[in-house]
Design a protein around this ligand. Structure first.
Ligand SMILES: Cc1ncc(COP(=O)(O)O)c(C=O)c1O
Length: 388
């Protein structure tokens, strides 16, 4: 257990809730979950599924109805032909990465992943004795997962290349040319498997989401991770999935049987409705996020000491706070304890993030405005941020 890490968002949320229990008013901008309710048609489908008796164990890899719906949806949206037999359903998308790393990475194997990035990639790699190989996403490079750097870091010990687009925590989106360049690295290194984390694939504002699995030869070597948490505001339902190469299906089946047996049956029936039913709620949610993105980026850029790039996807901004004169950890603490705004220090996302904090704008416009006022007030009170 010495190597395993954590996801700080859950700890920060617990600290914020403890303050709330003492009567403090806290604006939550830490956790990565849509503030919207799960759309009504999906909730209704779950209630009906319960009444219809979907309350028993199901097949380890998922109910046929959902695996078919996922394969149809992936074929329509991701640009490659996905078969139901290659679909794996899990309780949340996290087990997809957990099982992939557990199954594929032997002690000493190298795993390439973005830094900053979702903390579980590094945590799980260390846990199984693998060697984490972070690719530094630089702000001046628009936080790009630079294929040239990935190519330079890939060698015969590389087992897995993990990437995430749209990206948590920066909101970056890979361009089609980047994805093609990553596929080219795969072609030069036949032992490498890709883990493409596409959980924010439908939350894109500029450009388009491209799946590496759509490129020639890539579906056979890519685990395409996706899920219901973000797209359909279903974080608490715990529903994720992947489209995996045929040679990995049995591996997933065994790991699922050894750990969770299967995913909740009535939730899966509702998830099929999420994919096959009306999609207006998803579109409306993305449009609302787009408005909030502009609100938060403009607001942050007005605060002396803070600069913020415009993200292209997901619902996070990753502002540079070096100009405030204190570290990102100190600023996150001050914002919480003095300002009542809970954000995450960039340090929660890797070694290379001393200048940034992550703000989730999955909160109402009114709360974002209030949060901006409070952040401005806290920063104005810092000695280094006073106007020269
Ligand atoms: C990049 C990324 N991948 C995967 C997940 C996991 O999603 P789930 O809640 O479905 O397990 C998250 C959740 O925050 C995420 O940000």
């Amino acid at each position: 257990m010495a190597g395993i890490g954590t996801e700080t968002a859950f700890e920060a949320a617990a600290r914020a809730r403890a303050l709330e229990a003492e009567g403090r008013d806290i604006i939550h901008l830490e956790i990565g979950e849509p503030d919207f309710d799960t759309p009504a048609n999906i909730r209704a489908a779950a209630k009906k599924a319960l009444d219809d008796g979907w309350t028993h164990y199901g097949p380890a890899l998922g109910l046929p109805v959902l695996r078919e719906a996922i394969a149809e949806d992936a074929t329509a949206r991701k640009g490659f032909r996905a078969e139901p037999a290659n679909v794996v359903v899990t309780p949340g998308a996290k087990p997809i990465m957990f099982f992939a790393i557990l199954a594929l990475v032997e002690p000493g194997d190298e795993v390439i992943y973005p830094d900053p990035g979702f903390p579980i990639y590094e945590s799980m790699t260390r846990y199984v004795g693998g060697v984490p190989v972070p690719i530094n996403l630089r702000e001046e490079n628009d936080f790009r997962f630079d294929p040239a750097e990935v190519a330079a870091a890939t060698n015969e010990r590389t087992k897995l290349i993990i990437f995430n687009s749209p990206h948590n925590p920066t909101g970056g989106v890979l361009t089609p040319a980047d994805v093609e360049a990553l596929a080219e690295i795969g072609r030069r290194h036949p032992n490498v498997t890709f883990l493409a984390d596409e959980i924010y694939g439908r939350i894109v504002y500029d450009g388009e989401h491209v799946s590496i699995a759509a490129l020639p030869g890539m579906a056979e070597r890519t685990i395409v991770l996706d899920g219901f948490s973000k797209t359909f505001a279903m974080t608490g339902w715990r529903l994720g999935y992947a489209i995996v190469p045929s040679w990995l299906v049995e591996t997933y089946s065994k790991l699922i049987i050894n750990s969770v047996s299967c995913t909740s049956s009535f939730s899966q029936v509702a998830a099929a409705e999420a994919l096959r039913g009306p999609q207006q709620s998803v579109d409306a949610m993305v449009e609302e996020f787009r408005t909030r993105r502009e609100l938060i980026v403009e607001g942050l850029n007005r605060i002396p000491g803070i600069t913020c790039r415009m993200p292209h996807g997901a619902f996070y901004v990753f502002p540079n706070v070096a100009g405030t004169g204190i570290s990102n950890n100190e600023l996150a603490d001050k914002l919480l304890y003095d300002g009542g705004v809970c954000v995450l220090s960039g340090s929660a996302f890797g070694q290379h993030c001393r200048d940034h904090v992550r703000i989730s704008y999955a909160n109402s416009q009114a709360n974002l405005r209030r949060a901006l006022e409070r952040i401005e007030e806290v920063v104005a009170g810092l000695p280094a941020a006073a106007p020269a």
